[in-house]
Design a protein around this ligand. Structure first.
Ligand SMILES: C[S@@+](CC[C@H](N)C(=O)[O-])C[C@H]1O[C@@H](n2cnc3c(N)ncnc32)[C@H](O)[C@@H]1O
Length: 283
């Protein structure tokens, strides 16, 4: 039964009029907020034809109201839980204090503050397209008393990663970023991320998965098939795999891991990846 519900969710095309009418009938209270959001987004798209400019304006508007909601958490408890989920997952997958981490689309440090706290001083790099959310990130840093960890928080206009050194990062992470990105932005990232990864490092990203037609809603939420993203990684010389063990977490998005070296086979990945990261050798 639960499997049927999941499978139907994965086939849903939220951009169709039929879906929208059905949704409106079952969630009448959400109709007015949706229409307000659609009108605001249409105006912002008119002012900012490029996606990054548009999404930066969306973030500015959302962050003004509530930075935690702007990164997708409607309550502080959920904000804490989502950060903890990201942190626990990477710890289970071998993250160690001496690793250097790049957090793409770090937001207001929902996961970031935990990584900053855990990693050795100076080993956390967070980048984001939104100046407003980076100001909120600095507030989180102060609230958590983490100034001494000297994290790097940098505004970026693209994902070429050109200002970062080659073969530098052990772990690169993008949580709920590609779920808000057109394919062009994802491809830009995949085309360049290999350069800044160490030989044994990996890049994990979440995405909104569909098993039906790829679609987007309000240019805010994008739904991709797993094979589209794996093929894109392959096109840019990266090894990619779908992370089954992320599916058990109460998140709703899926996760792909890409790396410069081949990834270990299913079932052995956690231990092998941990050992590989510990040895600093490819698996
Ligand atoms: C849903 S929030 C998630 C934030 C953070 N990763 C977390 O889990 O709390 C998405 C973040 O990605 C940023 N973002 C969206 N597109 C981006 C891009 N192309 N490059 C860098 N950051 C981006 C947004 O500004 C926003 O802060």
């Amino acid at each position: 039964m639960a499997q049927d519900a999941k499978s139907s969710k994965l086939r849903r095309n939220r951009s169709t009029v039929t879906h929208k009418i059905g949704y409106a009938l079952t969630h009448p209270a959400r109709v007015v907020p949706y229409l307000r959001r659609a009108a605001r987004d249409a105006w912002l798209r008119l002012k900012h034809p490029d996606h990054v400019g548009y999404y930066r304006a969306v973030m500015a508007s959302d962050t003004r109201r509530n930075p935690e909601a702007a990164v997708g958490s409607q309550t502080h408890e959920r904000w804490l839980a989502l950060g903890q989920m990201q942190f626990d997952y990477l710890i289970e997958h071998g993250l160690r204090p001496e690793h250097r981490m790049l957090d793409i689309g770090c937001g207001n440090l929902r996961g970031g503050w935990r990584f900053i706290d855990y990693l050795d001083t100076g080993n956390y790099y967070g980048i984001d397209i939104s100046p407003d959310i980076l100001i909120a990130a600095k507030k989180t840093l102060v609230e958590r008393d983490l100034q001494d960890k000297l994290p790097h928080l940098t505004l970026t206009g693209d994902l070429t990663l050109d200002f970062l050194p080659s073969r530098h990062f052990d772990i690169i992470h993008a949580h709920s970023v590609f779920s808000h990105s057109p394919l062009k932005v994802i491809e830009e990232c995949l085309a360049h991320v290999g350069r800044v990864l160490t030989d044994t490092g990996y890049f994990d990203f979440t995405f909104d998965r569909t098993e039906g037609v790829e679609h987007q809603v309000l240019r805010e939420d994008f739904y991709y098939r797993t094979e589209t993203l794996l093929q894109l990684a392959d096109k840019h010389g990266l090894h990619g795999r779908f992370m089954d063990d992320w599916e058990n977490r109460p998140h709703g998005q899926s996760k792909i891991r890409v790396s410069r070296s081949p990834l270990p086979g299913p079932g052995r990945e956690d231990e092998a990846q941990r050992q590989s990261l510990a040895r600093g050798s490819a698996v």
